[in-house]
Structure formats: structure tokens, C-alpha cells
Design a protein around this ligand. Structure first.
Ligand code: HEM
Length: 179
């Protein structure tokens, strides 16, 4: 997992819960990195999972909800860091249905070792999109947060439902309807 995901995560934790919480979740985790991340480095996903688990235990917020809020923050990082990529699109459904064949393809060119999910478009009309998410990392709520913000970015809103195809969340169907 890319360092930028860790550095932005710890910044958000510091913002919302304070530096003590950052110290607490780092010191209660077993981290090969010792909790020292650079945005261009690459670290094990298990480190993110431990940080999320400990933050969840300390705050009582579920990991899914933490990932949702984190993704909403991460979208602003994307807006700042990759304005050109977003400017390619005029419509949220066009953008979201292009993650697999365009956006993450570009991400892979920047970070060859990125660990990305796969998204398969099942149905697509002007106002409706059904897409299946697959990833061993089960970060579907991170996807949900990014999708919410994508609609907001285009001054639009949608109702997005998640249906688990696999109970462990490694395969999830997103049913998206523009409001
Ligand atoms: C992961 C970039 C848009 C879904 C990531 C990662 C990066 C990235 C850098 C982390 C890879 C790693 O840690 O190794 C971008 C950029 C985007 C974009 C630059 C737009 C310009 C989206 C959108 C979605 C999405 C709109 C919405 C569904 C995900 C998910 C992950 C991810 C769910 C977590 C990894 C996983 O589930 O396996 N993306 N992304 N991305 N991205 Fe994107």
C-alpha cells in the first residue's frame, strides 16, 4: 500500500482525535515501518489494517465508517494532486465507470506497485450504474466514500447501495442511482 495512504490517514487521525491517538494506535501495532511513513514509500497493507483496528477500538467507530470518512478526506488529496485526471470528466457516472480502464491505469503508471481493486461494470445507463468491486483488502467503504465525493465534485448526488457478494467483503456489488 502506498505511503500517501498512510501519511494522509495519520494526518486525519491527528486532526480529528489528536496526536495522542496517533501515538496510541502506532504503539499498540506491530509495524515493520515503526510508524514512520513517506508518501512515496510502499508499506504492508497489514499495517493499515492494524492502525484501523486500533483506531476503531479506541473510538468505537466501525472500520467501515472510518474508511468511509477517510476516503472523503482522500478525495480532496486526489483533487489537489491529480487535477488533470479529474478534469478529463464532466459526469460522475462516466468517471466512476472509468476507474478500471482509465483512472487506476494512470495511477499504476505513477505507482507501479500500487495495490488496486478491480471494478467490473455490470450495467450502465445515463443515471444508473452497477459495478462489482473485488479486492483482497475489502476496502469497499473506501470506494463508497470516493464515489460520494465524486458526485459532490460534479454538484450532483446519488443513492449508492452495497450488496455483499462475498461475506468477507472481498467482493461487493455497488448499485448507483443518480438522484
Ligand atoms: C486505492 C488513486 C479514484 C477506488 C487507490 C490508491 C491510490 C488511488 C493511489 C492506493 C493504492 C495503494 O495504496 O497501493 C486514485 C486516483 C483517483 C482514484 C488518483 C482519481 C483521480 C478512485 C475512485 C474510486 C476508487 C473514484 C471509487 C470507487 C479505490 C479503492 C482503493 C483505491 C476502493 C483501495 C484499494 C483496494 O480496495 O484494494 N486509488 N483513485 N479510486 N481506489 Fe482509487
Amino acid at each position: 500500500m502506498k505511503g500517501i495512504v498512510f501519511t494522509e490517514f495519520l494526518e486525519l487521525v491527528e486532526d480529528k482525535f489528536g496526536l495522542e491517538m496517533v501515538d496510541r494506535i502506532i504503539s499498540s501495532s506491530e509495524l515493520a515501518s515503526d510508524g514512520i511513513y513517506t508518501s512515496v514509500g510502499t508499506y504492508s497493507f497489514s499495517e493499515m489494517l492494524q492502525l484501523l483496528q486500533h483506531l476503531s477500538e479506541n473510538t468505537g467507530i466501525s472500520i467501515d465508517n472510518l474508511l468511509l470518512v477517510y476516503a472523503e478526506h482522500f478525495f480532496s488529496v486526489i483533487e489537489k494532486s491529480y487535477p488533470g485526471l479529474l478534469a478529463t470528466y464532466k459526469d460522475p457516472i462516466e468517471m466512476i465507470s472509468s476507474i478500471e480502464n482509465h483512472i487506476h491505469v494512470e495511477v499504476r503508471k505513477i505507482y507501479p506497485d500500487a495495490e488496486l481493486p478491480t471494478f467490473e461494470v455490470i450495467e450502465k445507463t445515463k443515471d444508473h450504474l452497477v459495478m462489482d468491486y473485488t479486492s483482497s483488502r475489502a476496502m469497499h467503504h473506501f470506494g463508497l466514500g470516493l464515489m460520494n465525493k465524486t458526485f459532490e465534485h460534479f454538484n450532483s448526488t446519488a443513492t449508492i447501495e452495497l450488496e455483499k457478494i462475498k461475506e468477507d467483503g472481498t467482493q461487493v456489488r455497488f448499485v448507483i442511482n443518480r438522484n
